[in-house]
Design a protein around this ligand. Structure first.
Ligand code: SIN
Length: 287
């Protein structure tokens, strides 16, 4: 009773929002997304997302594909996914599948979705369709906590820097190369493999005014105006700092779990520890 009461942070109508990690994550309960909800419910969910970086909705197995898409649309504009196969008839719903015989999986390194775009996606929504009997968790990390805990002098230096993000960085990484493409022949080869963008190293979350460390190991190639070699030491120091266990939350998926995360303030890592088992997820990216 006390444990539940202590982390209960918000009650709107029947909506209950409870914290999961010390720096990231909250669970939202008490809302049926197959029924039209008052605007206040979605506004509270968005406010919780800005505050906690990622949210979990359990037991949503009853949501049809149309309900899932409609839910995503409440949080922004859905983008047709360029890089994944999609559910037939729903180009916005990307499928992330690891077959029993696959060695590689999608997203098994620390990254932030699509930061190589000039306008990266604000949110990603993911739901579990088929899960391994063990493993297959996703770990999330707060880059907001990462920035807040840096010394003032370092923060000031970082505010003056920009970084180059490139899609090829993650793709060229050793474990993503030959085996990955053997198992998943690229469907958009040539179209977007050379996408790149330069973003400030420190960004501000418009909803809260908080500063975020906006670099990630998946897509950042180097600091703008620096060589890759010269960038390496500072970037690695920042990554090591962000990887502090206290800034992380590990999500154990259940059938019907939906998670939504804010790409502007979190990183994530899909753990590939379930060899010989199948995992299937559906993903929406939300601008
Ligand atoms: C992703 O990196 O977007 C996929 C996360 C997951 O499958 O757990």
């Amino acid at each position: 009773m006390h444990a539940i009461a202590d982390n209960l942070i918000k009650l709107v109508d029947t909506l209950k929002i409870t914290r999961l990690g010390g720096f990231i994550g909250a669970e939202v309960r008490g809302v049926d997304f197959t029924v039209e909800q008052p605007e206040s419910v979605y506004a509270s969910i968005l406010a919780a997302l800005a505050e906690h970086g990622m949210l979990v909705f359990r037991n949503q197995r009853h949501l049809g594909i149309g309900d899932f898409v409609a839910l995503g649309e409440r949080f922004g504009e859905l983008e047709d996914n360029e890089t994944l196969d999609h559910v037939e008839g729903f180009p916005q719903v990307g499928t992330l599948i690891k077959e029993k015989g696959h060695q590689t999986s999608i997203g098994d390194m620390w990254h932030v979705d699509h930061t190589y775009l000039a306008e990266p996606m604000r949110f990603t929504m993911l739901r579990a369709i088929e899960l391994p009997a063990f493993g297959g968790d996703t770990i999330f990390l707060s880059a907001k906590a990462g920035f807040a805990s840096l010394p003032d002098g370092v923060k000031e230096t970082l505010r003056g820097l920009k970084a180059l993000h490139s899609r090829t960085h993650l793709i060229k990484d050793g474990k993503y190369a030959a085996q990955f493409f053997k198992e998943r022949p690229p469907r958009d080869q040539g179209k977007s493999n050379n996408q790149m963008a330069i973003h400030p190293v420190v960004t501000t979350l418009p909803e809260t005014g908080e500063e975020i460390l906006f670099v990630n190991p998946g897509y950042v190639v180097k600091l703008d105006g620096w060589t890759a070699q010269a960038s390496q030491g500072l970037l690695q120091t920042l990554y090591d700092h962000c990887l502090t266990p206290e800034y992380q939350f590990r999500l154990r998926w259940e059938p019907g779990t939906i998670a939504i995360w804010d790409n502007r303030q979190t990183w994530h890592f899909a753990v590939n520890d379930y060899a010989g088992q199948r995992r299937e997820m559906q993903r929406l990216v939300i601008a």
